[in-house]
Design a protein around this ligand. Structure first.
Ligand code: NAD
Length: 316
């Protein structure tokens, strides 16, 4: 079996096309565009790339999309001060603080900064209030990556209700909210992690496997029931020639690209899984673009809810 490719890039474009006229209508009605502020601290090269993509996408749909930069030497107080100002700025509807924050800000910096974002502007869905509302199935802003996976499954007509789903990874930003969203759509969900015993056997029981691990190619054929849907959230930059050779056969164009560039972006799912899965997201071009599209959706939703005088916008 050669898996059907779930093209997140194309779907994300469709979603942007749906959002743009709503942004124009918002502008006409309220005399301003929805506003997104992205806070970037320091100069992490991967974060620079992600932030550029988010700003570009925001501007493409007609948002005001501001980059708020702080140097790596900024203090936690500087950053909290910036977030406080953005909370009060009435032209800003969505605030995203790009992780990871520089180590120098201290071990609890991310928690403190995310906690400081006004819940109605928390377009990443990371604040405790929004997480709690998600757990209870109440309207909330939901983390973009798992929301993007649900959107992709829905638009690709992949049934979730009654299916067995296995989420590999239990992070706050992907694994946990992913499992909740699947459960709320009536899947029977198993959450796996680094201490799960016989992970391939557990995963093999699933109709839908979501890999959010951060280990290149960890999910091999042995993890996948023939015909299952496999969603690859992982985004790993591989620079080790041995790892690249374990993922791509000699002659594969991506191995040639690796040799040319010295690195290749791969997911957590081994390319051989395409031989057994029924449907599979590519990396790049799968979950990544959907994540950015959901940031647009969340920002528009936050803007509409704020403009209408509400606080936390209704979720999907
Ligand atoms: P994380 O490091 O916070 O969590 C990783 C999880 O994987 C942990 O819960 C851990 O228990 C589990 N894990 C680690 N090793 C394992 C193993 N050997 N077997 C089973 N489970 C194991 O990572 P995260 O922030 O959830 O991100 C996961 C991956 O998704 C990364 O590659 C990240 O870059 C990517 N990501 C992609 C997007 C996107 O837009 N596509 C968004 C967020 C994260």
């Amino acid at each position: 079996m050669i898996a059907r490719k779930l093209d997140g890039q194309a779907l994300a474009e469709t979603i942007r096309g749906e959002i743009a006229p709503q942004v124009a209508a918002f502008q006409t009605r309220y005399g301003r565009p929805p506003g997104l502020a992205i806070v970037l601290v320091g100069d992490n090269p991967a974060s620079e790339v992600y932030v550029r993509g988010k700003l570009k996408s925001g501007r493409a749909v007609g948002f005001r999309a501001d980059l708020e930069r702080l140097p790596a030497t900024a203090s936690l107080e500087d950053l909290l001060g910036l977030v406080a100002r953005l909370n009060l700025n009435t032209d800003i509807d969505g605030i995203l603080v790009q992780a990871p924050l520089p180590k120098g800000l201290g071990p609890d910096a991310e928690t403190r900064v995310f906690d400081a974002i006004a819940p109605e502007k928390d377009v990443d869905g990371f604040t405790p209030g929004n997480v709690g509302r998600l757990v209870q199935g109440r309207p909330s802003l939901v983390p973009c990556t798992p929301l993007g996976v649900i959107e992709l499954l829905t638009r690709e007509h992949i049934a979730v209700a009654g299916k067995r789903a296995c989420v590999i990874g239990r992070s706050d930003i992907v694994g946990k909210p992913m499992a909740l969203l699947l459960m709320q759509r009536d899947a029977t969900v198993t959450i796996c992690h680094s201490k799960t015993v016989d992970l391939p056997a557990v995963s093999r029981e699933a109709d839908i496997v979501v890999a959010a691990i951060g280990k290149p190619g960890l999910v091999t054929k042995e993890f996948v029931k023939p015909g299952a849907t496999v969603i690859d959230v992982g985004m790993n930059k591989v620079t080790d020639p041995e790892v690249a050779a374990s993922l791509f056969a000699e002659g594969h164009p991506r191995l040639a690209k690796f040799r040319e560039n010295g690195s290749v972006l791969v997911g957590d799912v081994h390319p051989e899984v395409a031989d057994v899965a029924g449907a599979l997201t590519p990396v790049p071009g799968g979950v990544g673009p959907m994540t950015i599209a959901m940031l647009m959706t969340n920002t528009l939703r936050a803007a509409k809810a704020r403009a209408a005088g509400g606080h936390v916008p209704a979720g999907r």
